[in-house]
Design a protein around this ligand. Structure first.
Ligand SMILES: [Zn+2]
Length: 105
């Protein structure tokens, strides 16, 4: 295990792209379910909430992918300190370190 270098850019990209695919599939399924109310037996409000969450996740992941490209990935957008690897493992598209995230929300 390496310390301080984080996952390689390729690994990172693959992780983010896999998540992007997953969320896109979710969104497509939710959009289909939303277009056919009663078809799945799910509550339309629940479907709308989940679709909005999937859309937001897709935006976050796309933003993370551009940060990988720009070379700024893994840095807090607020204080510019490196985000700990442990946090990025849990939340690969994290934009802020834990203290800044706590302040932002
Ligand atoms: Zn920060």
């Amino acid at each position: 295990m390496s310390i301080g270098t984080g996952p390689s850019t390729d690994t990172l990209r693959q992780t983010l792209e896999a998540q992007l695919r997953q969320h896109s599939e979710d969104l497509a399924a939710l959009t289909a379910a939303g277009a056919d109310p009663g078809g799945t037996g799910e509550d339309p409000d629940t479907i709308a909430t989940r679709a909005a969450a999937a859309r937001r996740a897709i935006e976050e992941i796309n933003a993370a992918l551009s940060r990988v490209t720009a070379g700024t990935y893994g840095r807090c957008e607020r204080c510019r300190n490196p985000i700990p690897d442990a946090r990025l493992e849990i939340l690969p598209h994290a934009r802020f370190c834990v203290p800044c995230q706590a302040r932002a929300s």
